[in-house]
Write a protein that binds this ligand. Structure first.
Ligand code: HAM
Length: 412
């Protein structure tokens, strides 16, 4: 047997249906917020990432030379593609509010919440530098989390690189990169390792601690801090989610120019559920007009872990039935019943095997049907259907139109 590649996943129906519902919630919410769907290629020229995403992503790319000798890569993230798309068109009406759900590839060390191939929702507002754009983006992410049922389990953390840089300038001096490095890994690094770095880089431990704990903000005034507070107030009043300023949120990607944010489970047992921020320069760097932009990426992996922990990673109740054919007449009739039920928006599966009634019922139970519809000579003659509740075993004959009631009353 040939094994699956490390860091890649197979999606069998029982799992993929739940994932599809996750995407549906993401998509519906984006549309409610006025976003339009876009998509891009899975392969891009490697140049697109040079000096933009940063060293980490550059080192994780699935890149190769194509048959024409071009250096190409499977896309590791959407933001550069999106920026390229915007930079190549001058006729777009700004601001654009765009979303996309697609697969991305990064050659990372596979671990909980991290794969080499993953799905990610991207939602971005392009062409606005307003606080309102940042606030709507964060509110959108909070609203998706609320709809997924984890609104009370998560917190949002916001920060700004402009603010952090001003703090570093005033209290630390030159060592921006080093401070970013420590803050980014603050909860992952053991304290003696942190101390070693602080000593080696001759940083002031008290100052670094005051940045990490956020205490330093109390002695600091900056218009970017006011900006952050406005975003915080907007999001709080929109969605009553837990949200705080956290100077440790610096994000790993190079292109962020100011505002950044992430969402985490409250206990921080898992990794960041989603992350994003403002990237005001990439589109211009790619040859487009100056187009300030803000957005986030929301993967399918960490949220799956959290929803599993909360017992929320499960199939939704759906209007769906399995048609069992008792005899040749029922087999024929099942086609008409299927057409009528499907036209009512019910998902209908029907027996396609040469199987007896009990085997058909067995199959329906095994693949999780709550209701079967049994059809034979009698039903065909009366123009009726016999609905069987698969968990109680109770059956009842009814007119086709009456089927709507079974999801309300549950025949028992
Ligand atoms: P990112 O922080 O690299 O940002 O990824 C955002 C989210 O994508 C993560 O929080 C996680 O949910 C998911 N993710 C990233 N890498 C993996 C992986 N290897 N396996 C599973 N899930 C993963 C970006 O990608 C930015 N382009 C987001 C953005 C959009 N910023 C502005 N607009």
């Amino acid at each position: 047997m040939i094994e699956r590649l490390r860091g890649f996943r197979d999606f069998y129906p029982e799992d993929q249906e739940i994932r599809r519902n996750l995407f549906k919630t993401m998509e519906e919410t984006c549309r409610e917020f006025g976003f339009k769907e876009v998509d891009g290629p899975s392969l891009e020229s490697i140049e697109l990432y040079a000096h933009k995403s940063g060293e980490e992503i550059m080192s994780q790319m699935f890149s190769f030379r194509d048959k024409g000798g071009r250096e190409v890569t499977l896309v590791p993230e959407f933001t550069p593609t999106l920026s390229r798309m915007v930079s190549s068109r001058k006729d777009l009406v700004k601001p654009m509010k765009w979303y996309s759900i697609a697969k991305y590839w990064r050659y990372e060390e596979p671990q909980s919440g991290r794969f080499r191939e993953f799905y990610q929702l991207n939602a971005d507002i392009l062409g606005s530098e307003s606080i309102l754009a940042d606030s709507e983006i964060v509110s959108l992410s909070a609203e998706i989390l609320r709809k997924l049922g984890v609104g009370e389990r998560i917190k949002l953390k916001i920060n700004s690189r402009i603010l952090l840089d001003a703090i570093i300038n005033k209290f630390v001096g030159e060592k921006r990169r080093e401070v970013y490095y420590i803050l980014d890994r603050w909860n992952k690094l053991e304290s003696d390792i942190k101390d070693n770095i602080i000593n080696k880089e001759r940083l002031d431990k008290n100052i670094i601690n005051a940045i990490a704990s956020g205490k330093i903000i109390k002695e600091f005034e900056h218009k970017e801090l006011d900006r952050l507070n406005s975003i915080l107030d907007y999001v709080k009043s929109y969605s009553n989610v837990s949200i705080e300023i956290d100077l440790k949120i610096v994000r790993g990607l190079d292109y962020y120019t100011g505002f950044v944010f992430e969402s985490w489970d409250k206990e921080e047992k898992f990794r960041a559920i989603l992350g994003g921020g403002r990237y005001d320069n990439i589109i211009e760097q790619l040859g487009g007009e100056h187009t300030p932009a803000v957005g986030f990426g929301f993967g399918d992996a960490v949220i799956e872990n959290i929803m599993k922990m909360e017992g929320l990673w499960k199939l939704k109740k759906e209007r769906r039935v399995f048609l069992v054919q008792i005899d040749p007449r029922g087999r024929d009739y099942s086609k008409d019943v299927a057409r009528k039920l499907r036209a009512k928006g019910i998902n209908v599966d029907l027996n396609v095997m040469d199987r007896g009634v009990s085997k058909q019922l067995d199959y329906a139970a095994k693949i999780g049907y709550e209701f079967s519809v049994i059809l034979g000579e009698n039903e065909a003659k009366n123009g009726t259907i016999t609905v069987k509740n698969m968990s109680t075993g109770k059956q009842s004959e009814m007119n086709i139109e009456e089927i709507d009631n079974i999801w309300e009353t549950n025949i028992n």
